[in-house]
Write a protein that binds this ligand. Structure first.
Ligand code: ADP
Ligand code: MG
Length: 256
């Protein structure tokens, strides 16, 4: 049931020794949570972000502490950076050389992070934001959506490789289930389900569940999963149960 799923959440906010809340709320303070200077510089000096929104602060703090996240947040609350910051940081933490641009390091069969979004337009917007954030690092971002020329996307991905793929569930399922594409993620470290309620509304339940079969089990490769949804109806809970680590997750709910 809903309640049983939520009962394992860690409701207590992070507190420091004196009991005060210690959530980081400014992008400039992210080095205190171990975020690489390159990434912080990109956020503050290049993209000019200063203060985090609620969902950003709560997600980023929880995810950087290693937790999976289920977040309920409305449109326009800044969810894109909420999941991009911890996801890109995780890739750099696991492969420190990714902090710096270097040619010829990415493969198309060793994707480390996947972000799933319900529509082509939303996935493309996330791809643009991810590329901005990763500029100045060695993290290679590719976008795979339905409707666009698949062969062109595949050629580009084979040449450039891919560390972080932004995709719609339909196109990703299509790519993973066809071995001839050369797209694979045997070492997947991070998975984001953005707008989970909308992905289910547009009929991607089967693709989402099937994608899980093409990914390493989260106990084989330690994977972090972040799930965002404006609403949490029963079908979203069911998806969350399949993707989220029940032993180590935080339920984040924001009102603005
Ligand atoms: P959502 O996915 O929740 O609908 P987005 O991630 O698309 O929201 O962000 C909405 C807008 O807010 C974007 O234009 C983004 O650049 C801007 N934005 C996000 N976070 C911040 C922030 N911390 N400070 C200022 N603007 C922000
Ligand atoms: Mg969004």
């Amino acid at each position: 049931s809903l309640l049983r799923f939520y009962s394992s959440e860690s409701a207590a906010p992070q507190t420091s020794d004196d009991g005060s809340s210690s959530l980081i709320t400014r992008f400039a303070d992210l080095p205190r949570l171990g975020v690489h200077d390159r990434l912080v510089n990109s956020l503050t000096s290049v993209l000019k972000y200063e203060t985090m929104t609620d969902v950003q602060s709560m997600t980023i703090n929880a995810a950087l502490a290693g937790k999976d996240v289920v977040a309920q947040a409305k449109t326009g609350t800044g969810k894109t950076l909420a999941f991009l910051v911890p996801t890109v940081q995780r890739l750099i933490a696991n492969q420190p050389e990714l902090a710096y641009p270097r040619r010829g390091q990415a493969r198309s069969d060793d994707i480390r992070a996947i972000i799933l979004s319900p529509t082509r337009e939303l996935a493309e917007q996330i791809g643009v934001e991810a590329k901005k954030l990763c500029q100045g690092t060695g993290v290679v971002v590719q976008t795979a959506v339905g409707g666009t020329q698949k062969n062109q996307m595949l050629r580009k991905t084979r040449i450039e490789g891919c560390h972080l793929m932004v995709a719609t569930p339909g196109r990703l399922h299509d790519l993973l289930s066809d071995r001839s594409t050369g797209i694979d993620a045997p070492n997947l470290e991070a998975l984001v389900l953005d707008e989970a309620d909308r992905m289910l509304d547009v009929g991607f339940k089967t693709e989402l569940e099937s994608i899980l079969n093409y990914l390493p089990h989260r106990t084989e490769v330690p994977r972090q999963t972040l799930l965002y949804s404006a609403t949490i109806p029963k079908n979203v809970v069911n998806i969350a149960r399949q993707f989220i680590n029940p032993a180590n997750f935080e339920f984040v709910q924001t009102v603005r």
